[in-house]
Design a protein around this ligand. Structure first.
Ligand code: NDP
Ligand code: OXD
Length: 309
């Protein structure tokens, strides 16, 4: 079985080692050295170039090294009959939980004010609400949203969730659909976006959403840059509708050096590192998918390409 690997260059060697160690009987080629495209049966990829997958007539399985698959489905020539499996990995989940807890704490403890005072060398003590007095609203109650909800509940935050389909959780009130969003947003003091980027969710973090939040809310975007209307956020920040934002993902990555978000005093910004897939743990999920393909079993973590996640 011939497998094409296309990952960030700095992770390529680790992915290759993991694949050889974990999956017997594989011949691995690494992008851009594809060879004869008709030999490739499996692709493991992050951001494959447009048209690459459609050029492989015998492709049987595509595995995304990321939880999100927008980087693959944005290709209009994606061969829709080829199953697409996305990444679900305990390491990826743990990384996201750590980041979201850290970001929620930055927001609820108003650390933007504290760091600003430090930069001005001003001793400016202030009390901030404790977690039980703060409601975190998570958009996207999937694998990552649910894990973050559990950790935030463990710290004492009130947590509410929003999903596409109805869901019930023990200690997290969940809302669904557009009607549910109307009830969810006014209750949310810290908004966390953990949605997949789809036709329905693109631009969801825009003026309409910010206007429905309570004044002085916080926004944490760890979904995708395409969820956020960056100019609307800057306006909401400048009007005080949103007090602080923690952003990990952007419309253009790397974020251009002259972008207004770099210098905004109430924006914490990171370079798409909320959670990074580590080959050594993620290989278990890749090996499972290849094994299922070989045995003709139903694929775990199969993406519904019509829904886009
Ligand atoms: P899942 O597929 O497990 O969960 C997606 C959730 O979003 C589900 O609860 C789903 O609802 C909900 N959803 C989808 N469409 C809508 C909609 N139109 N309206 C309301 N809710 C919707 O995904 P994961 O939790 O694994 O990952 C989520 C995203 O996190 C990824 O797609 C990726 O973009 C991002 N991510 C970012 C990383 C980073 O480093 N910044 C790292 C990893 C992931 P339902 O339950 O009803 O289906
Ligand atoms: C992912 C990501 O989707 O790293 O896993 O963004």
């Amino acid at each position: 079985m011939k497998l094409l690997l296309k990952t960030d260059r700095y992770l390529l060697g680790r992915w290759k080692d993991a694949l050889y160690q974990r999956i017997p009987g594989l011949e691995i080629v690494t992008f851009p050295f594809v060879g004869d495209p008709s030999d490739i049966e499996v692709v493991v990829a992050w951001e494959p170039p447009l048209g690459l997958l459609a050029s492989m007539p015998n492709l049987k399985l595509v595995i995304s090294t990321g939880a999100g698959v927008d980087h693959i489905l944005k290709d209009p020539s994606y061969p829709k009959d080829v199953p697409l499996v996305r990444m679900v990995d305990p390491g990826l989940t743990q990384g996201m939980v750590e980041y979201v807890v850290m970001a929620a704490l930055l927001c609820s403890r108003k650390m933007h004010r504290t760091f600003s005072a430090q930069a001005r060398k001003v001793w400016e003590p202030e009390t901030t609400p404790l977690a039980p007095d703060v409601t975190v609203g998570i958009m996207g109650m999937g694998v990552l949203g649910r894990a973050c909800a559990g950790a935030l509940r463990g710290m004492g935050y009130n947590v509410i969730g929003w999903s596409r389909t109805p869901k019930e959780f023990d200690d997290v009130q969940n809302f669904d659909g557009l009607d549910g969003l109307e009830k969810f947003l006014p209750r949310t003091q810290i908004l966390v976006c953990l949605l997949p980027l789809t036709a329905e969710t693109e631009g969801i973090l825009g003026r309409g959403t910010f206007n429905r939040l309570p004044a002085g809310a916080a926004v944490i975007n760890v979904g995708r840059g395409g969820h956020l209307v960056e100019d609307d956020l800057i306006m909401a920040l400048d009007k005080g509708k949103v007090e602080v934002a923690v952003l990990d993902v952007f419309n253009e990555e790397p974020l251009p050096v002259d972008h207004a978000l770099w210098d905004h005093p109430r924006v914490f910004l990171t370079p798409h590192i909320a959670s990074v897939t580590t080959p050594e743990s993620a290989i278990i999920s890749v090996a499972e998918a290849v094994n299922e393909l070989r045995k003709g079993l139903p694929l775990t973590n199969l993406v519904d390409t019509t829904l886009g996640y």
